[in-house]
Write a protein that binds this ligand. Sequence first.
Ligand SMILES: Nc1nc2c(ncn2[C@@H]2O[C@H](COP(=O)(O)OP(=O)(O)O)[C@@H](O)[C@H]2O)c(=O)[nH]1
Ligand SMILES: [Mg+2]
Length: 291
Amino acid sequence: MSHKAGFVNIVGSPNVGKSTLMNQMIGEKLSIVTSKAQTTRHRIHGIVNDENYQIVFSDTPGVVNASYKLHEQMMSYVESSFKDADILLFITDIYESEMNHKETLERIKKLSIPVLTIVNKMDLGSQEQVEKRILYWKEKLPNAEVIPISALHGFGKEWVWQRILDLLPKGPAYFEKEDLSDRPVRFFVAEMIREKIFLFTDKEVPYCSQVDVNTYEEEENIIRIRATIVVERDSQKGIIIGKGGDMLKKIGREARKDIENFVGKQVFLQTFVKVDKDWRESEVKLKKYGY
Ligand SMILES: Nc1nc2c(ncn2[C@@H]2O[C@H](COP(=O)(O)OP(=O)(O)O)[C@@H](O)[C@H]2O)c(=O)[nH]1
Ligand SMILES: [Mg+2]
């Protein structure tokens, strides 16, 4: 059998389970997952290697109508994801009755590559409910194959996997076969801290936060990391720090556990908080923070 390789790109509305599915497919937590919409801000590649194939998954931010500069940047990642896909996984869930973002739907209709419509969170619905969604999407996107799954529980994963392998184009690998991602460890460290901010704080705070890894020093038995949480206002800084520093300690403690799991080594994590007024609105600042 000749070698297969290709880009499998995941798109869909916010909160339908794109990151959960990507983590399931690569068997490693690369993309952060929370119950809040718009957790994912970048395109994140996760690579699965086998002797006979290489699949480059890419998770994207949910499609939204852009209301500020960071959104525009996030949507451009989604756009690029349409362009280089060999297979598109369009994810929806049993609750999404209609696609809010019409342009994305139109865009998918015009694609000439294979599209799989994945109806996620089937564990939360009755069989009737799931069947209704399947019929709906078959009608909306007649060229796409519809697959019901539960990404959280791994149900239907093998089906998706088999279809991807069937549809993957023949070709040589794009990345080294040892690679798991094209992103450096520092990126994932920042993402794991950002996930805790999403989990533990509310309202606008997570959306106005950004994490910068300032130093990452690997010693024989320990990795020393200094990271700065950047927010937009003093009031948000107060919330991130919390009473007597409690919140910042909690974010740091929980993030450190995840980072230690990820790097397989003891970690010493120091976190700081800084205000950078309206960073989400400034092109220069977005660039500086890696968007
Ligand atoms: N019950 C259930 N929850 C799920 C499933 N897939 C994802 N979720 C949850 O839905 C929320 C959003 O998931 P996430 O992967 O971050 O969605 P994304 O915004 O599309 O990347 C999280 O709380 C997940 O745990 C599923 O199959 N069943
Ligand atoms: Mg996500």
